[in-house]
Design a protein around this ligand. Structure first.
Ligand code: SF4
Ligand code: SF4
Length: 394
C-alpha cells in the first residue's frame, strides 16, 4: 500500500496533513518493523518495558523489549504486575510513569559555572535529546495529558524552553485501551479510552481466533508513510467491530468517575468544607500524587557547588504543592498544613486550572489513586464534597 493511495482523504490540521481514513491491519510480528521504520527516520523510540515490578517507559529497540504477556492490577494504594494468559504486548493499563519524564524531565541542569582565576565562567550546558523522540503505547488519557502540558508550557504567556526543545516533532504512536483498571476514570473526564486524534498512528491490539494483530489508523502524513512500509491487510468489518468492542469494554469497566457538572463552583464554594480536615488526617503530604500525575508541572530551582568552591551548578527539579517549601515566600510558607496543601492541589486540578488554561487539570488516568500510599481517591473526595459528606469525621 503506498502512502499516496492511503492518503486519499486528507484534512489540513495546522502544519500537519492528517489522514482520517487510512486504516489497515498488521500481524503482531510486524510491530518490530514499525519500530525499525520509526528509528530509520532518526527517532529514539521509547515505550513500555518491565522493570522493578512495574511497567515503566524506557528506550525500546525491538518488540522484544515490550511487556509481552504482562498486565497490571491496580487499586487505591496498590499496584502489581501479573501474568496474562496471552501474549498481549499492551495488555496493561498505565504504569507509574508518564511521558512527561521525556518532555518535562524530573531534573535538568540549567547551567554550571567554573571559577577561573579571579572570575568565573558560566556554561549553558542543559542537556537536550540528541534525536527527536517517538513514544510507543501512548494511551488516550496520556495524549490528553500531553495536550494539557502543551497548553501550559508552550501556549501560555511564558513558553518553557526545556519543554519547547523536546515536544515539537515528537512522533506519537497511540494504543487504544481495551481494558481499564479499577482506578481509571477517563470516560467521565472525556479523555478516553478511545483515541480521537493527536497521534501519528493509532493502534488497537486485537487478540482472538483471527490471531494476534493490530488495527492501525494513520493520523498524519508521516504516520501514513511509516504504515506504508509495513505488510498490512485490508480492514474487515469483524476487525472494526472487535476494536470498537474492546474500547467499549474498557469504558464500561470503569467503576470510578467524576461528575464535572459545576465542578469549579463546587470547589470554590467549599474552601471551608470539613472534608478537608478529613482528608488531611489521612494525607502524608508525600507528594507521590503530583510526581505520578501526567499534567502536574511545578518545578523548583536548586544551586549546588562542590567542596572546592570552583564548580557550581543550577538544576531545575520537579517540585510539588505538597511540600512546605513550595509555598515559601518572604517570612515563611503560606501553606503550612496538610489540609491547605491537599485543598490547593485538588482545587487547582479541578477548578482554578479551568480558569487558567481553559480545561481541567485532570485527565482521569488514576495514577494518583494507585500510587497514593494511603489510597486517597480524588473521585471519592469530589463525591464527598458534592454530597456534603465528611463521613462523620472532622
Ligand atoms: S489528578 Fe490523578 S487522575 Fe487526574 S491526571 Fe493527575 S494523576 Fe491522573
Ligand atoms: S494524597 Fe496521597 S499521594 Fe498525595 S500527598 Fe497525600 S498521601 Fe501522598
Amino acid at each position: 500500500m503506498s502512502a499516496e493511495s492511503m492518503l486519499a482523504t486528507r484534512e489540513a490540521s495546522g502544519s500537519e496533513v492528517v489522514s482520517q481514513e487510512v486504516q489497515a491491519v498488521f500481524a503482531a510480528g510486524e510491530l518490530g518493523k514499525l519500530i525499525e521504520a520509526v528509528v530509520r527516520r532518526g527517532y529514539t523510540v521509547f515505550g513500555p518495558t518491565v522493570r522493578d515490578g512495574a511497567i515503566v517507559y524506557d528506550r525500546v529497540e525491538s518488540a522484544q523489549d515490550l511487556p509481552a504477556g504482562w498486565t497490571d492490577e491496580q487499586a487505591p494504594g496498590q499496584y502489581r504486575l501479573k501474568r496474562r494468559d496471552d501474549d498481549a504486548l499492551f495488555g496493561y493499563v498505565v504504569g507509574p510513569q508518564s511521558w512527561k519524564k521525556y518532555l518535562h524531565p524530573a531534573e535538568v541542569r540549567l547551567w554550571s559555572a567554573e571559577r577561573q582565576g579571579g572570575t568565573f565562567r558560566i556554561l549553558n550546558n542543559e542537556a537536550k535529546p540528541k534525536a527527536p523522540q517517538a513514544f510507543l503505547g501512548v494511551r488516550a488519557c496520556e495524549l490528553a495529558a500531553i495536550a494539557v502540558q502543551d497548553r501550559v508550557l508552550l501556549e501560555d504567556k511564558y513558553r518553557d524552553a526545556i519543554y519547547g526543545a523536546r515536544r515539537p516533532g515528537t512522533f506519537l504512536i497511540a494504543v487504544q485501551c481495551t481494558q481499564s483498571a479499577p482506578t481509571c476514570f477517563c470516560a467521565s473526564m472525556g479523555t478516553g479510552p478511545a483515541v480521537a486524534n493527536g497521534a501519528d498512528l493509532i493502534l488497537t491490539e486485537l487478540l482472538g481466533e483471527a490471531g494476534h494483530r493490530f488495527l492501525v489508523k494513520a493520523g498524519s502524513e508521516r504516520g501514513a508513510e511509516v504504515l506504508a512500509e509495513l505488510k498490512t491487510t485490508p480492514v474487515t468489518d469483524a476487525d472494526l467491530e472487535a476494536a470498537e468492542a474492546g474500547v467499549k469494554q474498557a469504558a464500561s469497566q470503569q467503576v470510578r468517575s467524576i461528575d464535572n457538572h459545576g465542578i469549579k463552583e463546587l470547589l470554590y464554594q467549599n474552601f471551608e468544607h470539613p472534608r478537608w480536615d478529613n482528608v488531611a488526617a489521612r494525607c502524608l503530604t508525600c507528594a507521590n500524587c503530583t510526581m505520578v500525575c501526567p499534567t502536574c508541572f511545578c518545578t523548583t530551582v536548586e544551586d549546588v557547588s562542590d567542596v572546592t568552591g570552583d564548580h557550581a551548578e543550577r538544576w531545575r527539579r520537579w517540585d510539588s504543592c505538597f511540600t512546605q517549601n513550595f509555598s515559601y515566600i518572604h517570612g515563611g510558607s503560606i501553606r503550612t498544613s496538610g489540609k491547605a496543601r491537599y485543598r490547593q492541589w485538588m482545587t487547582h486540578k479541578l477548578a482554578s486550572w479551568i480558569d487558567q488554561f481553559g480545561s481541567s487539570g485532570c485527565v482521569g488516568c488514576g495514577r494518583c489513586i494507585t500510587w497514593c500510599p494511603v489510597g486517597i481517591d480524588i473521585t471519592e473526595e469530589v463525591r464527598a464534597l458534592r454530597e456534603g459528606d465528611s463521613h462523620g469525621k472532622p
